[in-house]
Design a protein around this ligand. Structure first.
Ligand SMILES: Nc1ncnc2c1ncn2[C@@H]1O[C@H](COP(=O)(O)OP(=O)(O)OP(=O)(O)O)[C@@H](O)[C@H]1O
Ligand SMILES: CC(C)(CO)[C@@H](O)C(=O)[O-]
Ligand code: BAL
Length: 297
């Protein structure tokens, strides 16, 4: 009985680990010949329930699901946490096996950047993807290198994986907008699906970097969501003045004393996104709420 259970687990659920582009392409050809559709969940690892919810949605929509685990150097400034970014590969694979992911693409930096990659943008040579007009405000005002690194690696990953659909989290709302624009402009045939933000019970958006927080910092961290949620409640009650919504959220943040990097909210005819970033100790917390707009549950 025990043996039977084990066999089921190892053959039915363990994703295939793929480290090279050549190996992935061979697998993809097999899948395409068999008429399978491919869903893709790009990640940097250190997985949590937010990532798993993307994989579950991908599994509902597509025959085969590939998750990538790649800590992309190009989206880190030289002063940021590339070296200490959490790397928990074995546990990540275990988690992905619980939601039926078929393959984990985990390439080396050399595989993804064959000509090498330096973090100093002024010294970089070669080809990069930049989404002008969407990359230098909000997150991009604090991390000017960031969306160039993300757009570049997502283009490379799309070229390798060639998925029918790719799944991203609303928590990184501006990233979703950048990737949608990039896909439209570069005529990328992959459908971009944005999935809802998964939260801890106290409202904090799940995030790999939350594990940097000390016990006291973890208690403070939900303040950003509390502030955004207060604005959302007002919006739901009929308030349509973006200044009022920002003021309400801003007051809560000010009272908490946490340093605010930005707090933004504009109301358009199709609804609005209120977003913010705060520093809790050395850790950046970002979050957003969509007002009057639905995302994939
Ligand atoms: N709480 C969440 N709910 C839904 N999707 C999420 C959540 N957190 C991350 N994602 C999505 O998972 C994908 C991979 O994100 P990533 O690996 O950077 O995780 P992360 O938790 O956002 O990490 P970090 O703390 O470094 O920002 C992205 O599309 C991201 O938006
Ligand atoms: C999309 C992504 C995997 C690109 O490295 C990263 O920015 C992330 O995890 O959100
Ligand atoms: N989730 C976005 C990845 C990053 O902050 O580098």
């Amino acid at each position: 009985m025990i043996r039977f259970t084990r066999r089921l687990y190892s053959t039915a659920s363990t994703p295939r680990i793929v480290n090279t582009i050549a190996e992935y392409r061979a697998l993809r050809n097999e899948w395409l010949l068999a008429g399978k559709t491919i869903g893709f969940v790009p990640t940097m690892g250190a997985l949590h329930q937010g990532h798993l919810s993307l994989a579950k949605t991908a599994k509902q929509d597509c025959d085969k699901v590939v998750a990538s685990i790649f800590v992309n150097p190009a989206q880190f400034a030289p002063t940021e946490d590339l070296d200490r970014y959490p790397r928990t590969f074995e546990n990540d694979v275990k988690l992905l096996s619980t939601v039926g992911v078929d393959a984990v693409f985990a390439p080396s930096v050399q595989e993804m950047y064959p000509a090498g990659i330096t973090l100093d943008v002024s010294k970089q040579t070669g080809t990069f993807v930049e989404v002008k007009g969407k990359s230098h405000m909000l997150e991009g005002s604090v991390r000017p290198h960031f969306f160039r690194g993300v757009a570049t690696v997502v283009t490379k990953l799309f070229n390798v994986i060639q998925p029918h659909k790719a799944f991203f989290g609303q928590k990184d709302g501006q990233q979703c907008a950048v990737i949608r624009t990039m896909s439209r402009d570069l005529l990328i045939p992959t459908e971009i699906v944005v999935c809802q933000t998964i939260r801890e019970t106290d409202g904090l958006a799940m995030s790999s970097r939350n594990r940097y927080l000390s016990v006291e910092e973890r208690e403070t961290a939900p303040v950003l969501y509390r502030a955004l949620r207060a604005a959302e409640v007002l919006f739901e009650g009929g308030e349509r003045d973006a200044n009022v919504l920002r003021e309400v959220a801003g007051k809560i943040l000010k009272e908490s004393g946490v340093p605010v990097e930005y707090l933004s909210g504009k109301i358009g005819k199709d609804g609005a996104m209120m977003s913010g970033a705060v520093r809790i100790g050395k850790t950046r917390i970002i979050d957003n709420v969509l007002l009057g707009v639905e995302v994939r549950k």
